[in-house]
Design a protein. Structure first.
Length: 302
């Protein structure tokens, strides 16, 4: 039990961050972790050195945003990548049930996954803002994965984002709404496109919906429970917006299901147990699990 606890703590807290120019560091038995802002995220200041707090399977006190890497097995890796954004009400991160668990599910389909730890705007004492800081962490994650795609055998034109609940809000802010005007930067990573090639929203929260840039949004897979008082409506609203804007979108509303069904960690529903298979179907039908020719008529837009 002690060994399992050590491994779980390593999985949640991640390894010591490494700069993007270096190979990601790792500890035995845990996935590699890379920091997104080697010199400190904007506005963090001295708090960047504070350790993350892990309680049960939840993570908080994130001041050094990072990606935990879950590579697909080389025997069936297909070059697709997904950045997973856990929920937790912007107060904590549901790192296992909405992070590492979905990452391993995606691995089964040959998809390399990266789980994002982002700054939490609603945690007690936080000075962060969701649309300014947490969304910036996701944009930075997309840029980082795209810039480092070759290292992981990833196609830089097949990088998606997948958010649960509060994480779904960040996905919508980044994928379905205008990017903020950013001052000139000497960081070469800022020149890389932060637009995801496809988006997956699982019981997404209301922030960012209705979308302000639906016509330019990437293809979307949306799932929610029909009894979800928080997040059924945003899922329906966003789907209707995308559909009317001519964006390829698929919606799954699960009967008699409430919020937080993740990947069936606490559910006996067969539809919830198998919903990742529906996502895999959608990814396959959209061509995201296959190499895309250079003449692809719908490449990502910078």
């Amino acid at each position: 039990m002690f060994v399992q606890a050590v491994v779980l703590a390593a999985l949640l807290a991640g390894a010591t961050p490494a700069a993007p120019a270096q190979a990601p560091s790792a500890v035995a038995g845990a996935p590699a972790t890379v920091t997104l802002w080697p010199r400190g995220a904007p506005g963090v200041g001295q708090r960047s050195s504070e350790p993350e707090i892990v309680e049960n399977t939840y993570v908080r006190n994130v001041h050094s945003p990072s990606l935990t890497v879950f590579p697909a097995d080389p025997r069936h890796a297909n070059g697709a990548a997904v950045i997973i954004v856990p929920g937790g009400g912007h107060r904590m991160l549901v790192f296992v049930n909405e992070g590492s668990g979905p990452a391993k599910a995606l691995n089964r389909y040959g998809v390399t996954a990266f789980v994002l730890k982002y700054r939490l705007a609603r945690e007690a004492g936080s000075t962060y803002a969701i649309d300014r800081d947490a969304a910036a962490d996701l944009r930075r994650a997309v840029r980082w994965v795209r810039a480092n795609a070759a290292r992981y055998g990833v196609d830089p034109r097949r990088i998606g984002v997948m958010g649960f609940s509060a994480g779904g809000e960040l996905v919508s802010l980044v994928a379905d709404n205008p990017a903020p005007q950013e001052p000139p930067s000497g960081d070469p990573l800022d020149a890389v496109s932060a637009r995801p090639d496809f988006q997956v929203l699982v019981y997404p929260g209301p922030l960012g919906v209705p979308a302000q840039a639906a016509a330019g949004a990437p293809p979307a897979f949306i799932a929610a429970g029909s009894l979800d008082a928080c997040c059924a409506e945003p899922a329906l609203t966003l789907y209707d917006q995308l559909r009317k804007a001519g964006v390829s979108a698929e919606l799954h509303m699960f009967a008699d299901m409430d919020h937080g069904f993740n990947i069936a960690a606490h559910s006996e529903s067969l539809s919830i147990l198998h919903w990742p298979d529906r996502l895999a179907d959608w990814l396959g039908d959209g061509g995201w699990l296959h190499e895309r020719p250079l003449t692809d008529p719908k490449p990502f837009k910078p």
